[in-house]
Design a protein around this ligand. Sequence first.
Ligand SMILES: *Cc1c(COP(=O)(O)O)cnc(C)c1O
Length: 322
Amino acid sequence: MRQIIDFPCIPFAQLPTPLYKLENLSREIGKNIYIKRDDMTGVALGGNKVRKLEFLLADARDKGADVVLTAGGPQSNHAMLTAACAGQLGMKSILVLKKRGELTGGNLILDGIFGAEVRLVDTDSYDDVYAEMDRIMEQLRAQGHTPYSIPVGGSVPLGSLGYINCAKEIAHQAQELGVTFDAIVSAAGSGGTYAGLTLGAKLFLPGTRSIGIGVCDDPFAEIAMELTAGAAELLETDVRVNREDIHIHYCIGPGYAIPSPEGCAAVRRLARTEGILTDPVYTGKALAGFFQLLEQGAFDQDEDILFVHTGGAGALFAVEMV
Ligand SMILES: *Cc1c(COP(=O)(O)O)cnc(C)c1O
């Protein structure tokens, strides 16, 4: 097996991120609930995409890129963090975003602060967004630039190495705390984080089940199978994620990026018990899905469960809470 440290990586993130027990919430719920603070990765407002960008932008740099393109919704955390990281390498960012949902405030303000060029595409389909990216790439090449494109959410096998590495980090921290996690719970939006944690758990956290909470209706079981197979190939390991390793629970509400009452209730609950901000698009819904699983009896009484906080609080300043 290849070691993750053998892959080119630009250390954008402040690692390890904190991991500790949520004492108040644990008492309230009657389980041992821990949190992994990947909302504190240290770039912009933090968040999970920084770990993926450490590998993706190293690849961009090694390929001589001077412009990086990526795609997303108008409030994409991934696009904003791409601009924040690429700027540190002196690369220009072009963010090709769907002209849907909240078109002011939040991450769009931050995109401007980080100096990104934003191109809005009036479409519901990522096929159109990628076609526009291809057109821009061609123009850039004709002008003598070397563009590098990152797909939505950075969810390619190379990006998910960041979350395999996170699982390794969790294994070290768990050992220091003297706990063995029975389950880790994370949001699934484009799937790379969940895929990385799931393969990472197989490699470094044997016996820990990896649960993904889907915040949109993409087929995350299939996506995770594909991404983990690709990542295992990169790592040259025979360890494979099987269908029975994958646990997906959906908590979408009225739709992707549309706040749900249960998601917003979860945002308020974590804020009021622990002083931690989540967001109505990803982590609030992931928490709400986790609370649903707790109510359904998906966890035994004395289980130790880790919630991976993937960031996103910038959305609180763009999206109306319900
Ligand atoms: C992108 C994102 C997720 C989902 O991660 P994926 O790897 O795309 O599944 C979760 N939370 C936040 C805050 C995000 O920005």
